[in-house]
Design a protein around this ligand. Sequence first.
Ligand SMILES: *Cc1c(COP(=O)(O)O)cnc(C)c1O
Length: 428
Amino acid sequence: MCGPDWLEQGMNHVWLPYTQMRTTLPPLPAMGTRGCTITLADGRELVDGIASWWTACHGYNHPHIRAAVATQLERMPHVMFGGLVNEPALTLATRLASMLPGDLERVFFTDSGSVAVEVAMKMAIQYWLNRGRTGRTRLVAFRGGYHGDTMATMAVCDPEEGMHSLYQGALPEHFIADLPVDETSTQALDALLRQSGDSIAAIIVEPLVQGAGGMLFHAPEVLRRLRELADRHGVLLILDEIFTGFGRTGTLFACEQAGIVPDIITLSKALTGGTMALAATVARRHVFEAFLSDNPLHALMHGPTFMANALACASANASLDLFASEPRLEQVGRISEQMRAELESCRGLPHVVDVRVMGAIGVVELERIGDMNALKSALIAQGVWVRPFRNIVYLTPAFTITPAELTRLTTAIHTVLSQSAPDTAHRC
Ligand SMILES: *Cc1c(COP(=O)(O)O)cnc(C)c1O
């Protein structure tokens, strides 16, 4: 390895995510970010196509978010949320309630998406207990889904991706079904809910796009079916909009495209514009009301130490200001059109089986990716930061990306996928 001292020393001590540390290429030292570029220690600048796992929707270092966080830092970085509240958190809760459809109006803050999903699961299970209905402890989740990495959320991920068999015995068992995309799958789900409804607390789904499971798209009609089935069988519906929320699919929230309101929604990723860790689980009024009683045990028993962190909430409020003051959804529309036009040329390339675009998500699906390290290196050699996974190469850029930057990304993907033996020399 080469680079600054801290890199060489620190690499002996950090444990990287999703990484076979014996065989994967070493990570690149990022020294600075601005707009849609990442600067590396050796001075190279990469155009970012991923927006740091879909979070940095306004580009990096947006001056409005920086100023809001700096002001809050002076005043009060953090104060516990037990017995005390803070202005940024309460303002954010009020704003989220007014942006979300229907009576999704009760916000529980956490610091990561996985924990927001765990809270949604606890809410759903305890909702039934508080109403005197015991035994409803299981969820219905879908093949291809992803809801987080913690033990409880792994159990509602796709069984293969969530490695259910590896962790067998350690994970709670839920029902994993096929999304109701056609007559057969709809009837199968209807039958499951009819037979096992008494043991089911909720259905959980990522609306319109199953993200980390492979950027798989489904139609709004599927969500309307899920709402209808949940109502018919008396179970709750949880929409995990951690990836899709805040404009990514073309509307502020994906559920708007189906015209449905879930009972519980989870948000994170772009919530703070990519600046701070924050997540929210938002419940409808009837869900919240099931927790109101004279019995202290009917309270929601959850409370992360750093919940409703004032810096993170200030950052989220600043991000929401930008959605109000800048034309984000139009930008998403333009990105969508440009990706549709420019990624289309990948369709004819060897091993490409599909090209699809929804909102600011562009996907080139391959039969399989043989040499992942070689592909990643080839993309970096093109001066772009694009992270293929499984069998897909995808773009989820910041909504503020310029047409020229986006063209650099789509061109890089086309170039690299055209090469039969990608150039692997990037180390030093
Ligand atoms: C990223 C993601 C999560 C998990 O969020 P973390 O902050 O990584 O814990 C859950 N659900 C969806 C849909 C996600 O995209």
